[in-house]
Design a protein around this ligand. Structure first.
Ligand code: SAM
Length: 244
């Protein structure tokens, strides 16, 4: 069945309007016709089975028949604070991290980040990053499109995150294993923030700042992983530990 994410405001009562690039994709690429069944998602976690009732030149509309439950949403809302890295590492983490079960991404301007996003480019990058997480959500059957924030320093992120425990991935000792860290919470957290350092690792000042903010230092084992690998391994382990 055709699956489409639409902006929430395009759902009105039992009708959904399909416009702009979604309409073009539906008509030109998918060659949809009135009567076709579609699965429409609002990106906030709601999914609806619907039938196309009209396909016009500029817009299509669908009648919503029922709301359905999507099985692919993880139980835990993982926010990944990913230090900016070289090339397309951040984009890889957003794409594959969404597939693996992460629900939000915050790029971090870490002290040792060799890459930066100049302020003049942030708006453009946000558009691109949001397209990446939307595509990954469509591909992997998620019903939520991950949140993507503009880059922050570690201090700014630690100061604004109040939703749950914070884990900082750290290659140096002492750091608990991820499994031990997760088992130390009294109840499985509904949300957590997981912080991944840049190629050169976190600076001692950043590690101290995170500790002071209550973050738990976590190891993924004795092998040093590339930053983008570490993010995906940690997301998978968190999802595994909280879903199985
Ligand atoms: N020389 C750096 C150091 O000593 O931290 C290596 C940094 S590593 C390439 C990039 C980031 O991935 C680290 O800052 C950490 O967040 C994460 N990472 C990589 N391997 C890890 C491991 N085995 N345990 C925990 N975190 C790891």
């Amino acid at each position: 069945m055709i699956r489409l994410f639409l902006p929430p405001e395009q759902f009105v009562g039992d009708t959904a309007s399909i416009r702009d690039s979604d309409h073009l994709h539906l008509t030109r690429v998918l060659r949809a016709r009135p009567g076709d069944l579609v699965l429409l998602l609002d990106g906030l976690g709601n999914a609806f089975r619907a039938v196309l009732v009209s396909v016009e030149k500029r817009e299509s509309s669908a009648r919503i028949d029922e709301q359905v439950t999507m099985p692919a949403e993880p139980r835990i809302f993982v926010t990944v604070g990913q230090a900016l890295g070289k090339g397309d590492k951040l984009e890889q983490v957003m794409q594959h991290g969404t597939e693996a079960g992460a629900s939000a991404f915050v790029p971090i301007k870490a002290e040792r980040s060799v890459a930066d996003v100049p302020s003049a480019k942030v708006a453009e990058r946000l558009v691109r990053w949001r397209q990446i997480v939307k595509g990954a959500a469509e591909q992997s059957g998620r019903s939520r499109i991950a949140d993507v924030a503009a880059p922050l320093t570690l201090g700014e992120l630690l100061g604004s995150y109040l939703e749950g425990p914070i884990l900082l991935l750290h290659t140096q000792r002492p750091a608990a294993s991820l499994r031990t860290a997760l088992s130390q919470f009294e109840a499985a957290p509904e949300r957590l923030l997981m912080l991944v350092g840049p190629e050169g690792g976190w600076s001692p000042a950043e590690v101290d700042m995170a500790r002071t903010a209550g973050a738990v230092l976590v190891s993924l084992g004795p092998r040093i992983l590339r930053t983008e690998t570490a993010a995906l391994v940690a997301i998978s382990q968190i999802i595994y530990a909280t879903e199985i």
